[in-house]
Design a binder for this molecule. Structure first.
Ligand code: HEM
Length: 305
């Protein structure tokens, strides 16, 4: 497993770090999705009877230490490389940690912002790819159509590149349809506090209310799209929906000022990995078939992945 520019192999000494990382991610997602009585009865907040606040504080401290160590190690490595007259990056192009460290002047990120970006941008991409591959197993006709498109546009003599993606509309429709049916972040909820009394349609939202936007329910609403439970990438070949500009009927990356800053990178990564996988492999069912049950934490994971 590769994470934050480090690789974690089963059985080697980095296994300890891998287990710690796995534990931190799983605790984080559990806490983000937990039902907290204090959110509904603010007077209970000081009691923290479920220990949610205490667990959040502990987790934030541990995440900071974990990711900061990675960033510090990389900074030291770059200084060492510089002293030896080598490129400060490892390898020719470096990785995402190098890209963030290379940002200059007003674009430069503080260490705490780097921690946030590195942390949040990881799981969503993996979860989306997992849902897409499950769908490829369940819909071999769709898989074959994507493969035919790749063969036709790219051929078999070279790997799919980023620059090929705009010429693969059906592959992009498959990704969009998966984002619709299985949005990895189904509740846009991280910081929605009504600061004024607000009226939305028939609903009065008093100031101080924490509200969630249920994107899952919007993308499954039959008033917005016909047969919402059906997996039909063809719908996005006919209907033009640009998920990069926030169209509220399908906004898997959120909208407004808290929109996902990693959306272009996340989408391009998933599209490229999917194209390269399907160019070389077929997804086929195992003896156990495919289980589409969902596990809602803050992200929408496959229950039995
Ligand atoms: C398929 C991949 C991804 C999906 C579906 C996704 C989805 C989202 C959504 C829906 C939000 C907004 C949550 C809200 O409204 O409260 C968000 C926020 C965020 N995302 Fe992504 N994301 C993805 C990939 C990435 C990547 C690759 C990065 C970084 C490289 C990233 C970094 C962030 C950060 C830092 C925020 C918080 C922004 C803020 O609070 O202002 N995401 N993401």
């Amino acid at each position: 497993m590769r994470e934050f520019g480090r690789s974690y192999e089963l059985g080697d000494e980095s296994r300890v770090d891998a287990c710690e990382l796995e534990g931190l991610v799983s605790e984080g997602y559990q806490l983000l999705g937990i039902f907290n009585w204090s959110d509904h009865f603010p007077l209970l907040a000081w009691l923290d009877s479920q220990g949610v606040r205490r667990r959040c504080r502990n987790l934030a401290a541990k995440v900071n230490v974990f990711v900061e160590k990675i960033i510090d190690e990389r900074k030291m490595k770059r200084v060492e490389n510089g002293k030896n007259g080598d490129s400060i990056r490892d390898g020719s192009s470096g990785d995402f940690v190098d890209v963030l460290l290379d940002l200059q002047k007003e674009n430069k990120l503080s260490d705490s912002d780097m921690i946030a970006v590195l942390w949040v941008g990881t799981d969503t991409v993996v979860i989306l790819l997992e849902w897409i591959l499950a769908r490829m197993v369940l819909h071999p006709d769709v898989q074959a159509k994507v493969q035919a498109e790749i063969d036709n546009i790219v051929g078999t003599g070279r790997s799919v590149r980023n620059s090929d993606l705009p010429n693969l509309p059906y592959l992009r429709a498959v990704v969009k349809e998966t984002l619709r049916v299985h949005p990895p972040v189904p509740l846009l909820s991280w910081a929605r506090l009504a600061i004024h009394d607000t009226q939305i349609g028939p609903h009065f939202i008093p100031a101080g209310t924490t509200a969630m936007v249920n994107m899952w329910s919007i993308t499954h609403d039959e008033k917005i799209r016909s047969d919402p439970e059906e997996f039909k990438p063809e719908r996005f070949m006919e209907e033009v929906v640009n998920i990069m500009v926030s169209d509220h009927r399908l906004a898997p990356f959120g909208a407004g000022r808290r929109v996902c800053p990693g959306k272009a990178m996340g989408l391009a990564t998933v599209e490229l990995w999917l194209a390269q996988l399907l160019q070389n492999l077929n997804s086929v069912p195992s003896d156990f078939g495919v289980e589409l049950s969902e596990n809602l934490k803050l992200s929408l994971e496959m229950k039995n992945s």
